[in-house]
Design a protein around this ligand. Sequence first.
Ligand SMILES: Cc1cc2nc3c(=O)[nH]c(=O)nc-3n(C[C@H](O)[C@H](O)[C@H](O)COP(=O)(O)OP(=O)(O)OC[C@H]3O[C@@H](n4cnc5c(N)ncnc54)[C@H](O)[C@@H]3O)c2cc1C
Length: 487
Amino acid sequence: MSTEQTLSIKYAASLPPSFPIIWREEAHYEKARVGRVFNYRRPARFPIAVVEATTEKHIVDTMRLASEIGCRVAVRSGGHSWAVWSVRDDSILIDLGKYHEFDLDDKTNVLKASPSTTGRLLNTLLSARGLMFQSGHCPEVAVGGFLLQGGMGWNCRTWGWSCEKVLAVDVVTADGRQLYCDKSKNRDLYWAARGSGPGFPAVVTRFHLQCIPAYTHMRSSGYIYALKDYRKAFEWAIKITPDFDADTEIVCVGSTPPGMSETHFMVLFVTFKNNDKEARAALQSAQDTAPPGHVVSWFASETSLPLQYDDQHAANPSGHRYAVDNSYIKNDADIVSVMEKAVTTLPSSKSFALWYGMNPCSRRSTANGTFPDMALSMQSDHYFATYAIWEDEKDDSRCQSWIKAIFAEAQVHSEGSYLGDADFQVRPTRFWDTEQGARLMAIRKKYDPQGRIAGYLDAGDKSRTDGLANVHEWEMEKGENGSEAKL
Ligand SMILES: Cc1cc2nc3c(=O)[nH]c(=O)nc-3n(C[C@H](O)[C@H](O)[C@H](O)COP(=O)(O)OP(=O)(O)OC[C@H]3O[C@@H](n4cnc5c(N)ncnc54)[C@H](O)[C@@H]3O)c2cc1C
């Protein structure tokens, strides 16, 4: 008899009737394990069981069960972690995909939303009430993983991080307590919920989100250049970003655009306004100053969140294999040169390299009170991320090696990385400023001293209660005195 069969028989009587648990030996286990995982490069990691929670009580009961068995608990909201952090050995996976809540207070525009709510669902429901929330750019990313990491949502460049709109969270702690956390109650957990990412030492059951009025007139302008014009196009985008219209998101992408057969470099502007005149005015300076040579361009074209989600979905197709990495490149680095290799040597026609303009928000600081005090603390003007996308398993090693090589070079120019596009199994680096990183690891130990919640998945899944070292890769390899650095 297998361990899981023995456990399922042993604990059957102690679990409430119809408890939604699927043990490893059962027929639907494989679907429950990875059926909702976005990255088709599925991990060879096997939870003991999966609980498809539909109530908060299911989460509390799973904590108790894990404690009795002596295993860990892993959590899944939308299943969009690139490195598939939700699928862990020696754990019970709590899948929140069937746990739904959407409760809007019409007077305050504060929304209580369950963690598995996706960006598209959130904004479809909110738009019917004239509201929006800065979800992730891809429609199916859920708020659970997205907000815990900080959330690089719509127009992060000037509206700030999406987690800045998290007013409170409800959680179930590792020892099964149900807590409400905000700026005055359980403050440590509230602080950690905005930037700890997959190391959050509790399960979030509800986010309290401040929604904003929806914009009626979204418009986009785009300028697509051949690679020979990469440098002049990118230098232009970098120059105009800091002072560009405050409701406009600016992104540069090296990719093979639809209908083309070669890699091109696109500078894209998406503006959020309430009338056509304002939208055109916002985009006019780009139209007036775009360097000549763009092979395709458009100015102030009508768009909308649903259309933007469709574009993002097309650029990040489901049913594919992915490897990603990213760096916050230092403000004074030569970002154009740092990104050039990625843009010009993409490993497949679906892969892309991206620069997301973060200035002026990246210039805020906690020291002068312009940046909130929260775990998220790492940022720079230049967010550089690269997404290798392919279909065939035989290309795994080639595409993964390519990503690794790109960031082995880029990281020496970086402040650190964003958790959302990182894989700590492949490359350790800095994810928080030093003080915030140390405080976060202490909060984790305080609320989850036994490492019940699976936490950060590093190489070999060894980090446990220690968490991440929050140092660059080269600092890990050699400590200051030349000795091996420790986690
Ligand atoms: C196609 C695509 C597009 C993306 N676009 C963006 C973007 O525009 N901006 C951006 O910032 N990021 C983006 N990301 C990254 C994305 O935000 C992260 O991968 C995020 O973790 C996904 O959240 P999820 O809930 O869907 O994933 P999951 O895999 O379900 O969750 C990831 C991890 O977060 C933790 N977690 C999730 N929910 C909870 C919870 N309720 N309680 C405690 N811990 C929890 C767990 O450790 C879990 O394993 C994108 C990812 C993909 C695949």
